[in-house]
Design a protein around this ligand. Structure first.
Ligand code: FES
Length: 349
C-alpha cells in the first residue's frame, strides 16, 4: 500500500461538486458523486484550464471544462466531446479506482497461496499456484474454461470437491489448508459462489446473525446492514425476508453473495465468476460495492473470471492468467487488454 494523504473530510466535499487539490506538486480535481469519489488531473487537455472549477454531470459520470465545454469521463479521463481530444490523467491506483474517501484503510494483512497443488476426481487440477493478495488490493485471475479457476476458489475455502495435496494457504502466516471451511471463514475468508444454492427454511438474516456471532462480528447490526447493503447494490429489500436464495433469479443470487459479503465484512473475499449472470448495471453496482469495501475495511479481493468485462467495471491492481492449472502470466490491468487481442491461446501451461 502506498502513502496516503488526507485531502479533506468526506462531508467537506458535496455530492455533485469538484474541488482542486495539490498532491505532491500535482494538481488534481477531486469529484464526489454520492458515495463515489473520483480523482483526475486538474488540467484540461485542450488548454491549461482547471477542471476543479468545472460542472459535474453526475448521471453521466463526467465533468465539463468551464473554458470551452469539453466533457471528460471521470473514470477513464477520456474526453467525451471536443475541443479536447486527449485524455486527462486519472489519479490513483488501478486506472481510476473508485474509493470511499474519508474512510482511510488501516487494515493490513496478506492472503498467501504457495505452491498449491489440488486434485479432483482422481486428476491433478492445480499444479503449484502462487499468489499473494494484500489487504485493500483487488487481484483478478483470468483463464479459459477448465483452467482450474473455480478449483482454486473452492480449494481456498475448503469446499468439498478438490483435495489439496501440497502447498499452503495462509492469512498472516496462519495455515488454513486442512481446516474446515467454517474455521477459514472465522479466519476472515469469504467465498462468493458461482452457483449459489437455495436453502429452504433458513432465512438470510438468521444465517448472517449466526455467522457474525461465530466470527466475533456485531450481530446486532444485521438488520440495518442488510437494508444498507441491499440499497447499495440494487437488491430488492423484499427479498431480504425470504429463505436464502429461494425463488431468486441467477443474477439476484449473485447480488445476494455480495450483499452477504458487505454484512459479514470478511478480510479476504474470493469471488468465483461473480460477473456471470449479471447484466451490466448489476455488474457495475456490484463492482462499486466491492471497490468501496477495499477502502472501507481494507477488503482484499481475489476474483476469478473467464471474461474481460469484469475488469471493465472492477479496477484490478493485479491480473493473473491461469492456464492448465498454473499461473502463466501476471501483470497490471493492461494484461487484460493484451488478452483481448491475443486470447488465451498465446499462453501455454
Ligand atoms: S480549455 Fe478545456 S475545453 Fe478548452
Amino acid at each position: 500500500m502506498g502513502e496516503r494523504q488526507v485531502l479533506c473530510r468526506r462531508d467537506e466535499l458535496v455530492s455533485g461538486e469538484a474541488r482542486r487539490f495539490d498532491v505532491a506538486g500535482t494538481r488534481i480535481a477531486l469529484v464526489r458523486i454520492e458515495d463515489d469519489f473520483y480523482a483526475i488531473g486538474d488540467r484540461c487537455s485542450h488548454e491549461d484550464y482547471s477542471l476543479g472549477e468545472g460542472e459535474v454531470w453526475a448521471d453521466e459520470c463526467e465533468i465539463e471544462c468551464p473554458q470551452h465545454g469539453s466533457m471528460f469521463d471521470l473514470v477513464t479521463g477520456e474526453p467525451r466531446s471536443f475541443p479536447a481530444t486527449t485524455p486527462v490523467p486519472v489519479c490513483g491506483r488501478g486506472r481510476g479506482r473508485r474509493r470511499g474517501a474519508g474512510a482511510p484503510v488501516t487494515a493490513t494483512g496478506t492472503l498467501k497461496v504457495s505452491g498449491l497443488h489440488a486434485e479432483a476426481g482422481g486428476a491433478e487440477i492445480l499444479h503449484g499456484v502462487d499468489l499473494e493478495v494484500a489487504a485493500g488490493e483487488v487481484h483478478v485471475v483470468m483463464g479459459p474454461n477448465g483452467s482450474g479457476k473455480s478449483t482454486l476458489a473452492h480449494a481456498l475455502m475448503g469446499r468439498p470437491g478438490p483435495t489439496v495435496t501440497a502447498g499452503s494457504i495462509t492469512i498472516d502466516g496462519t495455515e488454513l489448508a486442512g481446516l474446515p471451511s467454517w474455521r477459514r471463514a472465522r479466519a476472515g475468508l469469504y467465498l462468493a459462489l458461482q452457483h449459489p444454492i437455495e436453502v429452504p427454511g433458513v432465512r438470510l438474516a438468521a444465517v448472517l446473525t449466526e455467522a457474525l456471532r461465530e466470527t466475533a462480528g456485531d450481530a446486532d447490526r444485521v438488520a440495518t446492514s442488510l437494508d444498507a447493503e441491499a440499497d447499495a447494490i440494487g437488491f430488492d429489500r423484499r427479498f431480504l425476508d425470504r429463505a436464502l436464495n429461494v425463488d431468486l433469479s441467477g443474477g439476484e443470487r449473485k447480488r445476494n453473495e455480495i450483499l452477504q459479503m458487505g454484512v459479514l465484512r470478511p478480510r479476504f473475499a474470493v469471488l468465483d465468476e461473480i460477473d456471470s449472470g449479471l447484466d451490466i448495471d448489476a455488474l457495475r453496482s456490484v463492482a462499486r460495492r466491492i471497490e468501496l469495501a477495499t477502502s472501507e475495511w481494507g477488503l482484499g479481493v481475489l476474483a476469478v473470471t473467464h471474461f474481460r468485462r469484469l475488469l471493465q467495471e472492477l479496477r484490478a491492481d493485479r491480473v493473473h492468467v491461469m492456464v492448465g492449472g498454473r499461473i502463466v502470466a501476471e501483470g497490471g490491468p493492461e494484461l487484460a487488454d493484451e488478452l483481448d487481442t491475443s486470447g488465451y491461446g498465446a499462453y501455454s501451461a
